[in-house]
Design a protein around this ligand. Structure first.
Ligand code: GLY
Ligand code: MN
Ligand code: MN
Length: 435
């Protein structure tokens, strides 16, 4: 992502904050995995969205109209020893020259410098409740200013959620963002095809996971957007199964939910296919039903259509199909009203997709489902999961879990599936697995 893009975002944010106010946002912290070993660092998405700065121990301050510069970055000072052991870091010099900060200060001097910036500001835009230590500090700084009121300074009177503003911005993807999302989608799609070709009875779920990650990394995408779900047979009925430890068995289905991250933007794809390359009859029937539900849901994606319509369409198709196949008994309308489908379809049709796999942005506005608009990206992912011990259905259906998930961009006149390169019809899947 070019620096120009981050600058544009900061300018848009400054507009929304308004003169006389201030916004504060902290970076992610480095998290310890076990003694002396840290988890791979992942920057806070909001912080990265506004700064492009990929270090821990940093804090950005935005002060519209400030004479000495509106964008201030607190970060680690350059330290040659640290650079030798842990690698490059920008330092104060880099913060301004490479990352476009108007002013940079050492993070260790935060307590001395930030309170002065809060003086005489009306509102503080801040992500409340995300960082307990910083929450306390902020209140301490504000109280400290209050005590000095006799000297003529005033303390901020209002704390406002910064997230609401930033998340609304993040919901609408720019051309630059869509470029990155396309790349994440394209490489993730290739990895799914590879996994289909690699899969055979007797290999472990984690070996298939290795095949996916191998392709992500060899294609230049080092991070996964979330831990891959590689679930053979009844493991697919555990929605967030990530143990990936079992051997794949002939006759079972394999559900893979995996996506790579491209410069902090996620792909999120699920495909379900037969381990040995050919669907059994019950698998085929349930699979086709989920695919029909996905198509019905996709038909409801266009500007001006409420977000909920796709979900309702999937519920209708799935419930009707479950009655036809005998897994549910009763009248379709009543089964939908009583939410009986939830025994087999317990999640929603999808979610916003972006820097976070479950991305930010409101789904409802004033209690009404939001209308889709061009530039939004969402997943469409209906599923059916028949628990292995489900005694209300015939044995042939038990232990089958199926989900089909694609990433969809809302365009001016409809939608575009970013992940269309992974086959999903029964014929196409069986054909790829034969190749
Ligand atoms: N991979 C998480 C989801 O599909 O929502
Ligand atoms: Mn997924
Ligand atoms: Mn998803």
């Amino acid at each position: 992502m070019k620096q120009r893009e981050f600058k544009k975002r900061r300018q848009a944010l400054m507009q929304r904050i308004g003169k006389g106010n201030i916004a504060i946002i902290a970076s992610a912290s480095s998290a310890v995995r076990n003694r002396d070993v840290h988890y791979p660092f992942r920057q806070d998405s909001d912080f990265y969205y506004l700064t492009g700065f990929n270090e821990a121990d940093a804090l950005a301050v935005f002060i519209p109209g400030r004479q000495q510069g509106e964008y201030v970055l607190f970060c680690r000072e350059f330290d040659a020893t640290k650079a030798l052991w842990e690698g490059a870091h920008a330092g104060l010099e880099g913060a301004t020259s490479q990352y476009g900060a108007d002013d940079a200060f050492p993070i260790d001097d935060l307590d001395e410098i930030l309170p002065g910036m809060l003086e005489n500001k009306a509102k503080v835009f801040y992500p409340m409740g995300k960082n307990g230590e910083l929450d306390h500090k902020l209140l301490d700084w504000i109280n400290h200013i209050r005590k000095q009121s006799r000297t003529g300074v005033t303390a901020p009177g209002e704390l406002v959620s910064l997230e609401h503003i930033v998340h609304e911005m993040r919901l609408f993807k720019s051309a630059e963002e869509i470029k990155l999302m396309r790349r994440a989608a394209e490489i993730s799609a290739q990895a799914h095809v590879r996994a289909m070709q690699y899969c055979q009875p007797g290999v472990h779920e984690f070996e298939v996971e290795a095949e996916l990650i191998h392709h992500f990394m060899r294609s230049g995408l080092r991070a996964v957007a979330y831990p891959s779900i590689v679930a053979g047979g009844k493991n697919a009925c555990v929605l967030h199964y990530t143990e990936n430890a079992d051997k794949l068995r002939k006759g079972d289905l394999l559900l893979i939910d995996a996506g790579a991250e491209c410069d902090h933007y996620a792909a999120d794809i699920t495909r379900t296919f037969p381990v040995s390359g050919k669907f059994s009859e019950p698998q085929r029937l349930l699979y086709q039903l989920v695919l029909d539900a996905q198509e019905a849901a996709l038909a409801e994606i266009a500007p001006g259509i409420a977000w909920n319509k796709a979900h309702e369409a999937s519920v209708e198709v799935l419930t009707k199909g479950l009655v036809e196949l005998g897994l549910l008994k009763g009248r379709v309308k009543k089964l939908i009203k009583d939410e009986k489908y939830k025994q087999f379809y317990m999640h929603r049709i999808g979610h916003w997709l972006g820097m976070d796999v479950h991305d930010v942005g409101d789904y409802k506005i004033k209690d009404e489902w939001r209308l889709l608009e061009p530039g939004m990206v969402l997943t469409v992912e209906p599923g059916l999961y028949v628990a292995a011990d489900c005694e209300t259905v015939d044995k042939q259906w038990r232990g089958i879990g199926i989900r089909i998930e694609d990433d969809v961009l809302v365009t001016a006149d409809g939608y575009e599936v970013l992940t269309a390169a992974v086959p999903k019809t029964i014929e196409a899947i069986e054909s790829v697995m034969r190749s």
